[in-house]
Design a protein around this ligand. Structure first.
Ligand code: SAH
Length: 290
C-alpha cells in the first residue's frame, strides 16, 4: 500500500535535503521520490546524507513541472508552513494519514508535495492540490527543514497504512462504484469548463480574477470520480453544440473541437450506461419550452 504514495520535491536547492528525504522515506517504507526541476544534482553529499538509501536516489523520477509529477495521481496533498490568502481545505498529517489509508485501499495514487527551502510552494502550485497539510508547530517558529517535514509525513503514512486493526467508519473513496478522477482528468474538465465560460461570456479572459481557482477548489473538494467528470464534460459539450447551432461561427469551431475530443469518452462511459441516460435525461417538458 505504501507503494501508492509518492513524495514530490519542488525546486530543491540543497543536495543534502534530497539525501535526507530519501533516508526518511526508506526508514518508513516509501520508495517513490519525484524531483521537479531540482536546482542541484544528486551529489556525493546527497548520497552521504541518505545513509544507505541510495536505491531511492537511483530510482528518482525527474520532472520538468509539478503537473507532470502529479498527472496520474487521484489525490494530491501540498504541504505548507504557513497559511495562504485563498483558504483551502487544511488538514493535519494525521488526518492526511486517515484519508490516505482509505484512498489507497481503493487503489488510488497519492502525491505528497513539498516546497522550496526558502519560499515553499507557490500559490499556483498549492492550488493544484486537493488539500493542504500543515504540521502543527510553534506558531512563532513554524518552518521545518524540508527533509524533516517529509519525515513527519512519511511516519504518518506508515502508521496509517500499516496498522492492522483500524476500523474506519468513513468510506470516503473506498466503497465507490467508480474510480476517482486523476489530476489530468480533472484538469481536462476544468479547461473545458473555462472555454465554455468564455464562450458564453461568463468569464472574461482579460480579467479572469479568481474564478477558475475557486472552481478548481470546489471540484477538488468534491473529489469527483471519472464518471462524474464525464457527465460534466458531456453536459458542457451539449451546451456548446446548442450554442454553435444557434449562431456564431467562432463558437461553432470551439464546440466542434470539444465534441470531437470527448465523443469517444462519452460513448465509452456515458452512452453505454443506459440507466444513467434514463435517470438523468431532462424531462420532456423542457423540450417543449425551448
Ligand atoms: N519559508 C518557507 C518555508 C519553506 S520550508 C515558507 O514560509 O513557506 C520548505 C518546505 O518544508 C515547505 O514548502 C513544506 O513543504 C515543508 N514544511 C516546512 N514546515 C512545514 C510545516 N510546518 N508544515 C508542513 N510543511 C512544512
Amino acid at each position: 500500500m505504501l507503494d501508492q504514495i509518492r513524495i514530490v520535491m519542488v525546486n530543491t536547492t540543497h543536495p543534502g535535503n534530497i539525501g535526507g528525504a530519501a533516508r526518511a522515506m526508506k526508514n518508513m517504507g516509501l520508495k517513490h521520490l519525484y524531483l521537479v526541476d531540482p536546482l542541484t544534482d544528486i551529489t556525493e553529499e546527497a548520497r552521504k546524507r541518505s545513509s544507505g538509501a541510495e536505491d531511492i536516489l537511483e530510482s528518482v523520477t525527474l520532472c520538468a513541472t509539478l503537473e507532470e509529477a502529479i498527472s496520474d495521481c487521484e489525490l494530491v496533498f501540498g504541504t505548507s508552513a504557513r497559511s495562504r490568502t485563498v483558504p483551502w481545505p487544511l488538514i493535519t498529517p494525521r488526518q492526511c494519514g486517515d484519508k490516505a489509508q482509505q484512498a489507497v485501499k481503493a487503489g488510488n495514487r497519492i502525491a505528497l508535495v513539498f516546497g522550496r527551502e526558502r519560499s515553499g510552494l507557490t500559490n499556483e502550485e498549492l492550488h493544484l492540490c486537493h488539500a493542504h497539510i500543515h504540521i502543527p508547530t510553534n506558531e512563532a517558529f513554524s518552518s521545518l527543514n524540508v527533509a524533516q517535514a517529509i519525515q513527519v509525513l512519511a511516519y504518518e503514512m506508515r502508521i496509517a497504512l500499516t496498522a492492522t486493526n483500524q476500523v474506519s467508519e468513513n468510506t470516503w473513496g473506498v466503497d465507490w462504484d467508480q474510480p476517482l478522477a486523476t489530476h489530468e482528468q480533472l484538469n481536462g474538465m476544468l479547461q473545458h469548463m473555462e472555454q465554455m465560460l468564455i464562450d458564453i461570456g461568463f468569464l472574461d479572459p482579460n480579467t479572469p480574477k479568481q474564478l477558475m481557482t475557486r472552481l478548481r477548489r470546489l471540484f477538488q473538494r468534491a473529489t469527483p470520480d471519472r464518471m462524474e467528470i464525464n457527465i460534466l464534460r458531456g453536459m458542457m459539450t451539449m451546451m456548446q453544440q446548442k450554442m454553435a447551432s444557434a449562431s456564431n461561427p467562432v463558437q461553432q469551431g470551439t464546440a466542434r473541437q470539444n465534441m470531437v475530443l470527448h465523443e469517444e469518452l462519452l460513448q465509452d462511459e456515458l452512452l453505454q450506461n443506459k440507466h444513467l441516460n434514463d435517470i438523468e435525461s431532462p424531462p420532456a417538458k423542457d423540450k417543449e419550452s425551448e
